[in-house]
Design a protein around this ligand. Structure first.
Ligand code: ADP
Ligand code: MG
Length: 233
């Protein structure tokens, strides 16, 4: 299988070479753990190689994402200015009082149409579905997630990262685990108590078609570098 670099030192090796090209991989974990930073690093890696990238923002304003990037020392502005990088912000459509006009079906059409027309190489959907719909009809969300991933993976040139709030089995927010079954791979980020402190950890839970390292690694988030792997637990 063709793989592409995820942009984080050490993680490509854990993935058995990198992220599967043309597939959708899920980055799951609780809020604040580092999912968005992971996806920004993935996009920046592609942009630096001259690829075209899109970040689809669903629950957090795009301006917040850019200020996070700036705090980490990453400058997306030149890529935005040249059109090599696009941020599509759907937060307004999902959260304004007057206008909740975007349906899940609309997201699928928007994403699939755009990535094909523009020949996008790297796509991030953060998170896969809006939090507002967490209590919505399970069958509807299930159909949406399956169709979205099916559509994304039929475009063999575009590699996608989806995020989800928490892995299945935890008591935290997840879309009933459908995204875990549908995605080609799952990367789990966690905040874990180690002695008297909390540490962030990363583990590859599933990766179709490749031999992965299943161990759990402690990581840090550092300015200028983003996610930095430390040691296996
Ligand atoms: N410049 C930075 N240096 C170190 N840590 C940072 C920096 N910027 C953000 N962080 C850490 O990253 C966390 C947010 O990561 P983020 O990717 O937004 O999480 P998630 O998307 O999983 O909610 C913050 O809680 C903060 O601890
Ligand atoms: Mg986030």
């Amino acid at each position: 299988m063709h793989t592409i670099s995820c942009g984080i030192e050490g993680v490509d090796q854990l993935l058995g070479g990198g992220l599967p090209k043309g597939r959708a991989t899920l980055v799951a974990g609780e809020p604040g753990v580092g999912k968005t930073i992971f996806t920004l690093q993935f996009l920046l890696e592609g942009l630096r190689q001259g690829e075209k990238a899109v970040y689809l923002s669903i629950d957090e304003r795009a301006t917040h994402i850019l200020s996070d990037a700036v705090s980490l020392g990453w400058d997306f502005e030149p890529y935005l200015a040249s059109g090599q990088f696009k941020i599509l912000d759907l937060t307004k459509q999902f959260y304004s009082q007057s206008d909740s006009s975007v349906s899940l079906g609309d997201i699928i059409k928007l994403v699939l149409g755009y990535t094909r027309e523009q020949s996008i190489h790297r796509l991030v959907i953060d998170p896969v579905a809006p939090l507002r719909l967490i209590n919505a009809d399970q069958a509807e969300i299930g159909d949406y997630i399956r169709s979205l991933i099916y559509g994304i993976e039929s475009d063999t040139e575009c590699t996608t990262l989806l995020t989800s709030y928490a892995p299945v089995g935890s008591h935290q927010v997840s879309y009933h685990g459908i995204e875990e079954f549908a995605a080609s791979g799952i990367i789990v980020l966690k905040l874990e108590k180690m002695g008297s402190k909390y540490a962030r950890t990363l583990r590859i839970k599933k990766m179709r078609g490749s031999k992965t390292d299943l161990s759990e690694w402690v990581f840090e988030i550092m300015s200028g570098r983003g996610i930095v792997l430390r040691q296996a637990v």
